[in-house]
Design a protein around this ligand. Structure first.
Ligand SMILES: NC(=O)c1ccc[n+]([C@@H]2O[C@H](COP(=O)([O-])OP(=O)(O)OC[C@H]3O[C@@H](n4cnc5c(N)ncnc54)[C@H](OP(=O)(O)O)[C@@H]3O)[C@@H](O)[C@H]2O)c1
Length: 307
């Protein structure tokens, strides 16, 4: 094994490397970050022996965990697998990070909250997941915070979309291309998040932690990150169709109707309010966070280039 990497170069084990967020992490990694990619089927996060063996052999400076069981409704019937990936496996990553003195960056979700708060959620707010997916993600968070690992970032995010994934933006574009009318839930409010902005935030936080003077006070801990502003799923859908039309997509849809959660029952309960307070991230990074409309527009521009 070579000597542990120079002060500048950061070796990263990127877990769940083929997922939607991870693809963007690969694209946005700043110079000096050397990424090693791990995903199913070769690498199974639930295989503790394999995870410990692979990570101790690589001995990365950073483990970025983008892997998860992300099928929110599917988790209601596949609790064991969801818990194995989102809960138990995260404790293996924390264990590995302690063994090799790596920083663990773990991505979590707004679904750890029950959504009953009147205002935006701060990091220290009580979690109270209402779905199996939320429970398993909350368990993953706890396995890090209850461990002896001090060098970690848990970054909670919400309503994620970006290239290469099943996400609300692509679903709405598909449906708007097929149907005359759409009915979209208007009584759940949150903040859409473009994967490019989240990937940048991940590296910004990690870069801060690599600067020696930043260690007092410690930058590690839990952060909320989403695009600025908030909307309902209905408002998000209207904005997606508007952007789609601006970008010349052949959309058939004529009307979008706001409906209530009760009118569109799903297996998993979602929070009514999942808006984040992001002051902690803004304070430490000093970086502005793009508004969700602006980032949606950027996504459409990127989409156009890639088409
Ligand atoms: N998407 C959202 O709206 C949203 C919102 C809030 C938070 N988040 C969080 O953001 C993170 C990234 O989400 P995403 O949407 O990018 O997820 P994603 O597209 O579903 O990607 C997850 C990746 O993890 C892999 N994976 C699943 N089980 C694994 C295992 N046992 N071992 C190794 N890899 C495994 C998946 O492989 P397969 O595809 O082969 O299963 C996939 O490549 C997750 O932590 C998620 O909980 C997402």
């Amino acid at each position: 094994m070579t000597a542990k990497h120079s002060a500048k170069e950061q070796t990263v084990a990127l877990i769940g490397a083929n997922g939607m967020l991870a693809r963007m992490v690969r694209e946005r990694a700043p110079q000096g970050y050397l990424l090693h990619l791990f995903d199913l089927p070769e690498f199974d996060l639930t295989d503790r022996d394999q995870v410990l063996e692979v990570l101790t052999r690589l001995s990365p400076d950073v483990i970025i965990n983008c892997a998860a069981f992300t099928n929110v409704d599917g988790a209601e019937t596949e609790r064991d697998l969801a818990m194995a990936v989102n809960g138990t496996a995260v404790s293996t990553l924390a264990e590995a990070a302690i063994m090799i003195d790596a920083t663990l960056v773990h991505v979590s979700t707004d679904y750890v909250f029950d959504g009953s708060k009147a205002g935006p959620y701060v990091e220290s707010d009580q979690t109270n997941p209402q779905s199996v997916y939320g429970e398993t993600k909350s368990s993953g968070e706890q396995s890090i915070t209850a461990s002896d690992l001090t060098k970690f970032f848990i970054i909670r995010t919400s309503w994620l979309y970006g290239p290469g994934g099943n996400n609300f933006v692509e679903t709405i574009l598909r449906l708007a291309g097929e149907r005359d009318e759409l009915r979209i839930i208007a009584d759940q409010v949150g903040s859409p998040t473009y994967t490019a902005d989240l990937a940048d935030a991940i590296f910004r936080l990690h870069t801060i932690a690599t600067k020696p003077q930043s260690m007092i006070p410690s930058p590690y801990g839990i952060y909320h990150f989403a695009n600025e502003g908030s909307c309902s799923w209905y408002e998000f859908a209207c904005a997606i169709v508007e952007e789609g039309r601006k970008h010349g997509l052949p959309l058939k849809v004529r009307e979008i109707y706001p409906i209530s959660t009760e009118e569109y029952p799903l297996p998993a309960t979602r929070p009514t309010n999942s808006v984040f307070d992001k002051a902690k991230y803004r304070a430490i990074s000093g970086a502005p966070i793009p508004d969700w409309r602006e980032s949606l527009h950027t996504y459409f521009l990127q989409r156009e280039i890639k088409e």
